[in-house]
Structures are given as C-alpha cells and as structure tokens.
Unconditional design. Structure first.
Length: 324
C-alpha cells in the first residue's frame, strides 16, 4: 500500500517532465533565493528532487534531461549557504554514470566533488542507487515523503508505522515526535513528551530527567502556551536538583525558557524573572541566543538590567566575530 501511494504521487511528475522536454524548466532550474535565516537557497530544490526520483523509479532513460538537472543541482551545491550534499546529486550521479562510458561526464563529477566542503568530504561519484521503488520499506517511504514534502501521503504512512510498533520506547517516541512536528501536528506531541518524562523519572539520571522536562517546556513554548510552560518550569525548580546541571548547556535551556516566558507574560513574571536574572548574573558561559532572550525579557519587565546585558552582548559578539 505505502509503495503504491509513493509511486502514484511521484508519477504526477510526468507533467513536469513533459514541460521540461518542451523547453519549460521553470520549476526545476536553479533559482536563487535569499532567506533571512538560512542565507542563499534554491527555491526549486525540492521540485528538482521530485523529478529526479521520478526519473529514477520510472526508469526514464533521458541523458539530456539528467545532465541538465545535474548541472542545475551543481549550482545549488556550489552556492548554498549550508553547503551540504543532498540526495538529489546522488540520484543524478547514479543515473548519469550510465552515460559516462567515454568519461563524458567526468568533469561534472569532479566539479561536484569540489562544490563545497561537505561534497569534498562525502560526495561519491561511484554511488549506485536502486531503481526499484519496491526496494523501499515503510520507513524509507516515510523519509522519502518527508524529503520531498509529500505530507498528504506521509500522514497515512505514519499511521501505518504506528500500528506496526509493538512496544513504545524512547527511540520510537522521538521518531513519532519528529514526524508529527513535520506534519504540523505538534499538539499531539504533548502526550509523547509526557511519556518520555515519565520514563526518564523511572529509569533516567537527573540530567536525563531535566532534559525530558526541558523538551516538554519547549513544546509548550512552541505552541505559545506560556502558562503551561511556566507550570512545568516551576516544578523543575522546586523538585529537581537543577544545581547539578548549572555548568552544562541544558541549564541554558532552562534560562532561555524562563526568559521567553517572562517576555510573553511580563505581568506575572515575578519570582521567575528574579530567579532567571540572578542565575544569568552568575553565568560564565553565556551564548548569543541566551543574551538575546535575556535582553528581551529584561525590556519586557522594564528592568535596567537590559542595558547591562546589551553591553555584554556587544562585547561578546565582537569577541566572537573579530580575529584575536
């Protein structure tokens, strides 16, 4: 069933392939876009991946189309701010190798190897990818849907996978949490995070217990449920030995949460802001995001401490970005 779902979806690429052969490459050519967070990206990356998978699994032997897509993918690999290799270049490499008997495309494979640091480390010009779509198991199909942003068919596949799980543990809960987050079903993760916390309380270390608390708090913050996040954070501070994690990154997560809650509920900040401020003043390993959230929280409660933090943050930033 799941392979048929994936095949039917991929076969919709027949129209995109027809347009490409007619000279319309608008949806699969390299199209640079600038993202405020992720920098230089390719607006057509996913479209090109979908068509590449179609050529692979539909056994479309079209040298010109494959070579064209390969060169367009190279433009992304050479300019993408996050560099990376990606599955698309591997698929197209596997396909293009079939036409490289006279070393016609060696120059493209060499260019791919030097496209960026990740490619230099991990690109394989001899990669071979099965053209049999039925070689993918259920989990393979789910991840393929995730890569190609096929959320509509990913959902029933996830339900099939859930039915196949005989015993839930930390690993498969984390897997389901990631699927739900991708599918925009974040609300359904609450029960899973609570189950993770309960398991940590029964068998985990103090660090693992606090980490489970942090995940639940971050879940509520993601949903902007600041009251629930505050209740859990209060419970951590009252019942868990959080002092044991003062010097590790996990403690920063607790402080970030306290600052975010304060910023969004300044009228009830009270003891939480006092605690977070005191802990921040004692911190020696402060990082950028912690500074920014601390500044926002201080401003929300009109605390002059904001100016002090802004000065420290500027000094920290200069120390990070300027050569010694």
């Amino acid at each position: 069933m799941y392979v048929k779902l994936l095949q039917d979806k991929l076969w919709e690429q027949q129209e995109i392939y027809r347009r490409l052969k007619a000279g319309d490459a608008g949806t699969v050519c390299y199209q640079e876009r600038q993202d405020a967070v992720y920098g230089t990206q390719d607006a057509n990356y996913t479209n090109r991946m979908r068509l590449s998978y179609y050529l692979l699994y539909a056994h479309i032997d079209d040298e010109a189309a494959i070579a064209y897509l390969f060169e367009e993918e190279l433009k992304d690999r050479e300019t993408n701010s996050f560099q990376g290799i990606g599955q698309t270049i591997s698929i197209l490499t596997s396909l293009l190798r079939e036409y490289n008997r006279n070393h016609t495309y060696d120059h493209l494979f060499e260019r791919a190897k030097t496209a960026n640091f990740d490619c230099a480390c991990g690109y394989d010009a001899n990669v071979q990818i099965s053209r049999n779509i039925r070689s993918n198991d259920l989990m393979d199909c789910i991840y393929l849907c995730q890569d190609m942003d096929y959320r509509d068919i990913m959902e029933p596949m996830v339900e099939l996978w859930k039915e196949s799980v005989s015993e839930w543990n930390d690993s498969n809960r984390r897997t389901l949490i990631s699927f739900y987050s991708f599918l925009g079903r974040e609300e359904e993760n609450e029960t899973l995070y609570k189950e993770q916390l309960q398991e940590a309380k029964q068998t985990g270390t103090m660090q693992e217990i606090i980490a489970a608390y942090v995940k639940l708090i971050q879940h509520y913050l993601c949903l902007k449920q600041y009251g629930k996040a505050r209740d859990i954070l209060d419970k951590v501070l009252k019942t868990a030995d959080w002092q044991k994690i003062r010097r590790i990154r996990l403690f920063g997560d607790l402080l970030e949460a306290a600052f975010e809650i304060t910023e969004n509920q300044p009228e009830t900040a009270g003891e939480m802001w006092s605690w977070a401020k005191e802990q921040m003043q004692q911190q020696s390993n402060i990082y950028g995001n912690l500074y920014k959230k601390g500044i926002a929280a201080a401003k929300a409660v009109d605390d002059p401490y904001a100016a002090e933090l802004e000065k420290e943050y500027q000094q920290w930033w200069e120390g990070v970005t300027l050569p010694s």
